[in-house]
Design a protein around this ligand. Structure first.
Ligand code: ZN
Length: 314
């Protein structure tokens, strides 16, 4: 008889919602819930909200012994501490340092681990998704920002001090006033490549200032030259960013995820052409050209990554 699958509690905690659920050791989601996070009520209320969701699941699935939280950062994964997360701001101000894993563990009485959400998504893609057969992989999360996660030689890549490598903030066009980044600099990869920044940069090409990324993608699919030019510019910058990531990490596959990855069919081919040129010399000794792919985990990568760290498979 097959061994009974182990169950864990998983959370994906973002700046607007929390996605929580019960996942088994095969990666099957047995139960899940998505609710707005009560950020305006402050950190104590958010931790209690996570605890409440956890208690309900623990009652229903008493065999659960551990939990994993994929959270927006910055954070210290080793000690399970949030380090004044950028997007967690309540009426009383920013959060400062919050030992989230310890505080939640105390409330729900099982062990809790914390991981950066982009790292968790990378682990999920490696466990169950497009990067399953690749021990050298990178994900690019294209949403409000440009999140990055890297696995090299089978191991999750961390920066110094236990931090997450913020590869979205490498500067790819110095002093470009058209590309202000949320981090305060000009010309970061994120300032061109996040879904939000694609829309911001593309809008002036149209008379309709209310256009969203989806509208522009629909126009591009109908052959609208303005929309196609916007995606061509996007592919140009995407290739530069990926070139830099290939030089640093040598991934065999790049997985696009996040809401803007739905438009990947509109920039992948052109990105490949530009990238081929940028990597020309590097393709002679060893072929450094990575495969470009789109995630199939949709918006479940954070939750599955949370489950992965709860299962201790890191
Ligand atoms: Zn930046």
């Amino acid at each position: 008889m097959a061994k009974k699958a182990q169950l864990v509690l998983a959370y994906d905690l973002g700046g607007t919602k929390v996605h929580a659920g019960v996942v088994d050791s095969n990666g099957t989601i047995l139960d899940e819930v998505r609710v707005p996070v009560v950020l305006e009520k402050g950190k104590a209320a958010v931790i209690e909200q996570l605890a409440q969701i956890g208690r309900n699941y623990l009652k229903k699935y008493p065999s659960i012994k551990s939990a994993g939280i994929a959270s927006a950062g910055p954070l210290d994964p080793k000690n399970g501490v949030l380090l004044d997360p950028t997007n967690f701001v309540s009426e009383k101000g920013t959060w400062g340092r919050v030992p989230l894993a310890k505080l939640l563990a105390k409330k729900i009485k099982i062990s809790v681990r914390l991981e950066n959400d982009a790292a968790a998504a990378m682990l999920a893609e490696h466990w169950l998704g497009a990067a399953k057969k690749y021990d050298d992989a990178m994900i690019l999360t294209l949403g409000t920002g440009l999140g990055t996660g890297i696995i090299a030689s089978g191991e999750l890549v961390r920066a110094g001090r236990g931090m997450h490598p913020e590869a979205g903030h490498v500067i790819i066009h110095h002093n470009d006033n058209s590309a202000p980044c949320g981090c305060g600099n000009l010309g970061c990869a994120e300032a061109y490549l996040s879904g939000r920044n694609f829309t911001r940069r593309a809008r002036p090409r149209f008379a309709q200032p209310e256009y969203m990324a989806k509208d522009i993608a629909n126009l591009a699919r109908k052959g609208d030259p303005r929309a196609l030019a916007a995606f061509e510019e996007y592919a140009h910058y995407m290739a530069i960013a990926i070139h830099n990531y290939v030089v640093l990490y040598a991934p065999r596959i790049i997985v696009f995820t996040g809401s803007f990855a739905e438009a990947a069919d509109l920039f992948m081919d052109s990105t490949r052409v530009h990238l081929d040129r940028l990597l020309l010399r590097r393709r002679k000794g060893m072929d450094f050209m990575p495969k470009l792919a789109v995630s199939k985990l949709h918006n479940k990568a954070g939750l599955l990554g949370g489950a992965f760290i709860a299962l201790n498979r890191k």
